[in-house]
Ligand binder design. Structure first.
Ligand code: BJW
Length: 258
């Protein structure tokens, strides 16, 4: 049986699905991943000079300009067929009273723009910024980017609500993630290199809870050896194909059986 059909069958059987996504899911929208050796952001820029609180404190103007540029990139691209297929999967499962959570490391908001409702943003979002003094948040649309860095109303600076290296993940997002991992009987890892903790270990938690594990990725990763099924290729091609197969299987079943 082809792998995408196996996955469609597992999706049909699943009571609750957790999907971990990474930068690879947004690559086909035109956003660079982090660790691609040629095109990845970290091939061109040093993460320690941009994605840490120390970097922001040393060079607030540079770091603010960099994240403003990242925001304009995210704003100017569109969700791709992979994002749309995941939104479709959520609707499919929700209509059958089954669980579906997208746990994303991406800060770009593209899952939500594709229509996904239950998205847990474990590395935060570029669309909200907060004051370094009070922690008070504002949507990015309320900020004017006419000077860099951006002063807050309370004598601090505005920084993006994203998780930099060495920072804790948002508490509520972590709680929601662990609940989804404990609950799921099918775990999909899509478009992530599985190198950044703690997200890279979520697959172990799902596996320990008894879930089947699947990886969809363009390249092999640290997770590939241990998964029950690995589908190799672009998520914007594989996910729509899986959804097509899932719809076919569901429509071939007697009503009430899906
Ligand atoms: C396709 C595709 C297509 C391409 N289709 N696929 C335990 C051990 C060791 C270290 C640590 C540890 N615990 C914590 C750490 C430190 C650190 C860490 O993990 N470091 C590692 C690098 C070793 N973790 C942290 O600091 C985290 N905080 C934390 O744990 O707090 C507790 C703590 C505090 C202090 C000390 C100890 C513990 C926070 C991590 C925050 C990560 N932030 C970033 C930057 C955000 C801001 C920004 O965007 O600029 O988040 S790093 C960057 O990596 C970004 C991503 O979300 C994250 C993951 O990357 P992702 O998504 O996997 O992208 P890539 O590029 O790596 O992979 C893309 C994949 O897609 C590839 O496989 C491609 O092949 C594939 N692909 N096109 C399908 N079309």
């Amino acid at each position: 049986m082809p792998d995408h059909e196996t996955l469609a069958r597992w999706l049909l059987e699943a009571r609750s699905v957790a999907v971990l996504t990474g930068a690879g899911v947004s690559a086909e929208s035109g956003l660079a991943t982090f660790r691609d050796p040629e095109e990845g952001l970290w091939a061109k820029y040093d993460p320690m000079e941009l994605a840490t609180i120390g970097a922001f404190e040393r060079e607030p103007e540079l770091v603010t300009r960099w994240y403003h540029w990242r925001f304009t990139r995210a704003r100017d691209v569109q969700p791709n067929p992979g994002h749309h297929a995941l939104a479709q999967l959520e609707s499919f499962l929700t209509a059958r009273e089954r669980g579906c959570s997208i746990i994303t490391q991406n800060i770009d908001g593209l899952h939500q723009r594709a229509g996904s409702q239950r998205v847990i943003e474990i590395h935060g979002t570029i669309h909200r910024w907060r004051c370094t003094k009070t922690g008070r948040e504002k949507p990015l649309s309320d900020l004017s980017f006419d000077r860099f860095p951006i002063p807050s109303d309370h004598g601090g600076l505005m920084r993006p609500c994203i998780v930099w290296f060495g920072e804790m993940l948002p508490e509520q997002a972590l709680r929601d993630t662990f609940a989804a991992l404990e609950r799921c009987d099918l775990f999909l890892s899509v478009g992530t290199s599985a190198t950044v903790q703690p997200a890279a270990s979520f697959i172990e938690i799902a596996r320990a809870a008894g879930a089947r594990t699947v990886e969809i990725n363009k390249d092999a990763t640290l997770n590939t050896g241990g998964v029950d099924l690995a589908l190799r290729g672009p998520s914007g091609v594989i996910l729509p194909r899986v959804m097509e197969q899932l719809d076919e299987l569901a429509s071939a079943m007697p009503s009430g059986d899906t």
